[in-house]
Design a protein around this ligand. Structure first.
Ligand code: MN
Length: 303
């Protein structure tokens, strides 16, 4: 094998898994919905299916694992907490409920054979009426440190997804998330950037990526209105160049929401009021091409 061949092989091996959020296909996680989401994810050319764990009680873990394995897909799990089960609260009972949900979520990730649990693991997903308190932040650090230690033994890594000010008061910027990850102090805690949230809170689409660098573990690609990629105002070329610059090889997952596909709980938490698309298959196929094209374009410059 020549050096060029080796380089090409390495590049192929390090290709970012491209994922899609299940809410592009289905509103819930009942077995029939999982089957549909798996089939469509595969048909649209994706490598990874992201499942939200907001309805864990209806999720058949063994059945879902079988469906994902048979399709040859990877899985990632995400979730936020709720105001009555919130590890950033000052109230020990509310914190305890949030902590219990996180540990149950970790059980589900393990059961699915997954290695990623990410999202707003640190708070409810919704608008807070006041800033995070010092005691609340200390609760986040303690709970996520304990969760990370348990996750480590199961080969699971935890993501801190940075969300905008209307969805959390714990981490709104990459700098916030890096400080929180430092305070948690566990190697299996990574940073998760989402272009939709970055567009609201960050100064640009490059600096946060360079700041996070090798601590970036997961990416959500979404437009400023969470519709078709390329139909909004996000500066994707800059963002993809930044990913190439830091050598990011982790999953890049397309996240899009429309009132055409409704989860009774998650859609309301995410304020999905508009119909931005109706055909998830068309949306997802075009998003996959969009992501692949931007990766290839960035690699042509930065590799
Ligand atoms: Mn996201």
């Amino acid at each position: 094998m020549t050096t060029t061949d080796q380089k090409e092989t390495t590049m192929v091996d390090q290709r970012n898994p491209i994922g899609v959020h299940a809410l592009v296909w289905v509103g819930g996680t009942r077995p029939d919905e999982i089957a549909r989401a798996v089939q469509r994810t595969k048909a649209a050319g994706y490598d990874l299916l992201e499942l939200s764990l907001h309805e864990m009680d209806v999720l058949d873990v063994d059945d879902t694992r079988r469906a994902i394995d048979e399709a040859g897909l990877q899985v990632a799990c995400s979730r936020g907490l709720a105001f009555d089960a919130d590890v950033s609260s000052d109230d020990p009972e509310v914190v305890a409920r949030g902590e219990q949900i996180l540990h149950e979520s970790l059980d589900v990730v393990s059961g699915l054979g997954g290695s990623i649990l990410t999202g707003a693991l640190y708070s409810a997903l919704g608008k807070y009426g006041r800033p995070l308190t010092e005691a609340g932040r200390a609760n986040v650090v303690r709970v996520l440190r304990d969760l990370a230690k348990e996750a480590s033994g199961r080969g699971v890594r935890l993501g801190l997804e940075i969300c905008n000010r209307y969805e959390t008061n714990v981490v709104n910027t990459a700098r916030d998330a890096l400080r929180l990850a430092d305070d948690i102090g566990e190697d299996n805690v990574f940073i998760h950037l989402d272009t939709y949230h970055m567009n609201i809170e960050e100064s640009d689409f490059v600096t946060p990526v360079l700041d996070v660098a090798d601590r970036l573990g997961y990416v959500h690609i979404g437009e400023n209105h969470r519709g078709y990629l390329g139909s909004g105002s996000i500066d994707f070329p800059s963002f993809f160049h930044a990913l190439a610059r830091v050598g990011f090889t982790g999953p890049i997952t397309f996240e899009s929401f429309s009132s055409a596909v409704v989860s009774p709980t998650l859609s309301n938490d995410l304020a999905v009021w508009r119909s931005l698309w109706s055909d998830g298959d068309d949306l997802a196929r075009r998003a996959h091409t969009f992501i692949e094209t931007h990766l290839a374009a960035s690699a042509s410059i930065d590799a």
